[in-house]
Design a protein around this ligand. Structure first.
Ligand SMILES: NC(=O)c1ccc[n+]([C@@H]2O[C@H](COP(=O)([O-])OP(=O)(O)OC[C@H]3O[C@@H](n4cnc5c(N)ncnc54)[C@H](OP(=O)(O)O)[C@@H]3O)[C@@H](O)[C@H]2O)c1
Length: 317
């Protein structure tokens, strides 16, 4: 029997913003992307060894999965890994809404299996977790994880899967310098103790920790991220300057340092990639080392910014 192992990379690639590309996008990021540009992103990512792609049906309501499936066509399926999600809030009313949502994702992604399938949000853990079991048995899903679940949700999902001989194999939550809730709630410790890989999303807070945006150069007007973050930009300047100055000493940039911070914390960051040059940043991030003094300094600057970046979809814990 071949045991199918999921290799956890140092960094995974996020494609929420890809749901914006083209007229069917939902304009969440307000990013300008072309199919040719994203093809270049994928070529460069694979050449650098970054091959785990994270998406979800709800990113542009199918658009992100479709575009991703298109750009990955030129690669051999076993040379990359797909991570996509079942979103309970968008479930249909058929007998098995999870199997149906998965089927549509498989079609859009042009594949017959998903390496890592997630329950996107904990709408009702006892109701939805058991639906993963037949998908694992069928081989359409190789590994499963939970996202945005709090500690008791994760434990409950683990118990339900455990009774069927499976387990929660990964956790995916918001975790950045500005949002360290997984430390305070014990989720990071639990994952470490249980040997569960923790995938950190929004490590760059949708671009604002890159230092590219400022009150003079705000996030794209009309986008959802502009609404969330533009008002915070003045408070973030000291932190992004600090990230840049730490990076400079190692020939790196602010977003590379924010990414390296998440790696230093024992997590796998999922970085939203919209431009080929951002892959160079990931290469720098995985080879950087941050001293404990630098980590403490960054966290002090992040605390001093005193902003709350919890997403509207995240439960208060
Ligand atoms: N499970 C969940 O509920 C959930 C929620 C959120 C996200 N996610 C996943 O996590 C991924 C990451 O989150 P995210 O995309 O929302 O935010 P993110 O990774 O914090 O930020 C992504 C944005 O940062 C900018 N950026 C990336 N690399 C950069 C670099 N090297 N230099 C300068 N700017 C850079 C880009 O913005 P510009 O295009 O403006 O340059 C990009 O759109 C998502 O794509 C998705 O796969 C999951």
């Amino acid at each position: 029997m071949t045991i199918y192992d999921l290799k956890i990379p140092p960094v995974a690639l996020g494609t929420w913003a890809w749901g914006d590309s083209g007229e069917a996008g939902d304009g969440y990021f307000g990013s300008q992307m072309t199919q040719a540009g994203l093809q270049e992103v994928a070529d460069k990512a694979h050449a650098a060894g970054f091959t785990l792609w994270d998406t979800a049906m709800v990113y542009g309501m199918g658009r992100s999965e479709l575009v991703l499936g298109e750009v990955l066509k030129r690669f051999t399926r076993s040379d990359y890994q797909l991570s996509t999600k079942f979103t309970p809030q968008a479930a249909g009313t058929t007998d098995d809404p999870m199997a149906d949502m998965l089927q549509q994702s498989l079609i859009r992604l042009g594949t017959d299996y998903i390496d890592l399938y997630w329950i996107h949000n904990p709408a009702d853990v006892a109701r939805w977790t058991p639906h993963l079991i037949p998908l694992l048995k069928s081989g359409k899903v190789k590994h499963v994880g939970v996202s945005n679940h709090n500690l008791s949700d994760i434990k409950l999902a683990n118990k339900i899967l455990g009774e069927a001989g499976y387990r929660v194999e990964a956790v995916q939550n918001h975790y950045s310098l500005l949002y360290r809730s997984p430390e305070d709630t014990g989720i990071l410790d639990y994952c470490r103790n249980q040997g569960i890989p923790f995938f950190a999303y929004m490590v760059l807070e949708q671009g604002v920790l890159s230092g590219r945006y400022s009150p003079e150069n705000p996030l794209p007007e009309g986008s959802n991220r502009a609404e969330t973050y533009n008002g915070m930009l003045p408070q973030l300047k000291a932190l992004t300057d600090k990230l840049a100055s730490i990076g400079q000493k190692q020939g790196a940039a602010a977003p590379d340092v924010a990414t390296a911070w998440a790696i230093a914390k024992g997590t796998t960051p999922i970085i939203g990639i919209t431009k080929p040059s951002y892959i160079d940043g990931l290469v720098r991030a995985i080879t950087m080392t941050l001293s404990s003094g630098e980590i403490a300094e960054l966290e002090a600057f992040a605390d001093a910014a005193n902003v709350n970046t919890r997403g509207w979809w995240e439960k208060e814990v």
